[in-house]
Design a protein around this ligand. Structure first.
Ligand SMILES: Cc1cc2nc3c(=O)[nH]c(=O)nc-3n(C[C@H](O)[C@H](O)[C@H](O)COP(=O)(O)OP(=O)(O)OC[C@H]3O[C@@H](n4cnc5c(N)ncnc54)[C@H](O)[C@@H]3O)c2cc1C
Length: 480
């Protein structure tokens, strides 16, 4: 019997799990995928939005601005990168300038600090190389960039270290609400009984809600595609550059990443399948045109990969948070499209307060530790630090990923830390092995050898990303 079962191990479910781990309650996180950050939390723009574009008075506006403010503390304790690079919304016309003024007023109402309306020259100081058509911009100094999957992994690791249990390859398919508990079951009849359920199931949150008797909203997918540029040509990107928004959201942006790359994206394909993360020629062409509109010289000839994520767009137009009016044992964290990453710490706090209001007794734990330790990457070490590391553990002397300088020792540690089953992408997200220019062309087979060696997964069972994504079909000379 758990006090709380959280369905979904994206950034929202993991942030809620971390917040709950402050208290003496028994918590399980149930995830359909093989690892954390398997949905929108692994493929998004990584922007901690300032909060000027959400409708004043909405849930989105409240948790975006509060979440942005909490990011410094969360990233410090969790050792997650955060860079307050600031963001611009470009205006290309007088009509766009009207939009910029509207966003400014919105932002002031939402309590966003430090907003400024810039003229062209001031905008160019923030981001050189802007199009000649740019006439002005909104500047938000609290706009920031982070790493969304590292944030998710860090929240999960910290929650686990503070006693939360994680279960993977568990897709909740049947939920029965009893008088004083809820039973959550998968298709193999494995059953979790809990006093409360938190619905953090991303694009599938409407389905979970319906299973618990609340059909008050639907979720549709909205795919967003990206082009990621090589680090060697990315130092032009100083801050997050948006264009004046359209009916489908914030539009295409050009931004640096915390790892020194730059990207252009996302597109907005409304009504796409909830699972469709394919990139398309059409999408990439649209991105190139939109990227050049902001920065005509953006080096689009040096991409290293393209990827896509699916936003969970709620029919209500706002995040669905709090105790469900239809079922007092269901706490919603649903319809979390953008700015969900930015809002995660605030949604986590509010969800815990909702559980308290629903009747959950939450005594604080004296031994709660908010800090998640993280080893310094070999690529960031000084020469002396490297020598010391290799002397202590010779596996630091064996570089597995040449593009990102990732060593065997770091990959071994990442495999040991993995909450679910180790996968090639899981190692990539934890160490950056395979994130560089060759995108794993060189190191993927060596990473697989290490997953077999340290994770105990036989080579032919290793997957890229869980499920059916096996990397090889079998060993030579063996029947499949
Ligand atoms: C293209 C794009 C760009 C974005 N850019 C930004 C941005 O710059 N800044 C920002 O703040 N936000 C951004 N967002 C939004 C942000 O990514 C999301 O709000 C956030 O990742 C949502 O997290 P989540 O945990 O709710 O969902 P997810 O990360 O999708 O996690 C949900 C999890 O639930 C699991 N699940 C689903 N059904 C079940 C079930 N039945 N049983 C068990 N598990 C289940 C899934 O496997 C998944 O792992 C963007 C989103 C997209 C797609």
């Amino acid at each position: 019997m758990y006090d709380v079962v959280v369905i979904g191990a994206g950034v929202i479910g993991c942030a809620i799990a971390r917040q709950l781990s402050r208290y003496k309650v028994r918590v399980a996180v149930l995830e359909a995928g093989a690892d954390v950050a398997m949905g929108a939390s692994r493929a998004n723009s990584a922007i901690v939005h300032a909060g000027y574009d959400c409708e004043p008075g909405s849930n989105m506006a409240r948790v975006n601005v509060a979440g942005n403010a909490l990011y410094d503390e969360w990233c410090r304790d969790l050792r997650v990168p955060l860079k307050r690079v600031g963001s611009l919304v470009l205006a290309f016309s007088a009509a766009d300038m009207e939009q910029v003024r509207r966003l400014y007023d919105n932002g002031v109402q939402n309590g966003v600090p430090g907003l400024e309306i810039l003229d062209r020259a001031q905008a160019l100081e923030k981001q050189p190389g802007l199009s000649e058509e740019v006439v002005g911009a909104l500047y938000a100094p609290t706009g920031a960039i982070t790493c969304p999957y590292e944030m998710t992994i860090a929240c999960a690791e910290n929650a686990r270290d503070n006693g939360v249990e994680f279960y993977f390859d568990f897709r909740a398919e049947k939920i029965t609400t009893l008088r004083d508990a809820v039973e959550v079951e998968n298709d193999k009849n494995v059953l979790f009984r809990s006093r409360y359920v938190v619905n953090a199931a991303g694009v599938h949150a409407d389905e979970i809600s319906r299973l618990m008797g609340d059909d008050s909203f639907a979720i549709r997918g909205r795919k967003g595609e990206y082009i990621l540029l090589d680090r060697a040509v990315s130092d032009f990107a100083r801050c997050v550059v948006f264009q004046a928004p359209g009916p489908l959201g914030k539009g295409v942006l050009v931004s640096p990443t915390v790892d020194g790359n730059a990207f252009v994206g996302p597109t907005a394909v409304d009504g796409s399948s909830k699972e469709d993360t394919a990139v398309t020629q059409e999408g990439l062409e649209a991105l190139k045109a939109a990227g050049r509109r902001s920065l005509p010289d953006v080096p689009l000839g040096q991409p290293i990969t393209a990827f896509a994520g699916v936003r969970a767009v709620p029919s209500t137009g706002d995040f669905i948070l709090g105790v469900s009016p239809a079922n007092p044992r269901l706490i919603q964290a649903a319809g979390i499209c953008s700015p969900g990453l930015s809002s995660a710490p605030a949604i986590a706090r509010e969800t815990v307060e909702s559980l308290r209001r629903a009747g959950l007794f939450l005594p604080e734990r004296a031994d709660y530790d908010p800090v998640r330790e993280k080893e310094k990457p070999f690529r960031s070490m000084t020469e002396e630090e490297r020598e010391r590391a290799i002397a202590q553990d010779p596996r630091y002397g064996r570089v597995i990923c040449r593009c990102e300088t990732v060593t065997e020792a770091e990959i071994a540690h990442a495999i040991e830390r993995t909450l679910g089953k180790p996968t090639v992408d899981g190692v990539k997200r934890r160490t950056r092995a395979g994130m560089g220019r060759c995108q794993g062309g060189f190191c993927a087979p060596r990473v697989m050898e290490l997953i077999e060696k340290y994770g105990g997964v036989p080579m032919e069972k290793i997957t890229k990303n869980g499920g059916a994504s096996r990397m090889i079909v079998g060993r030579t000379g063996q029947e499949e």
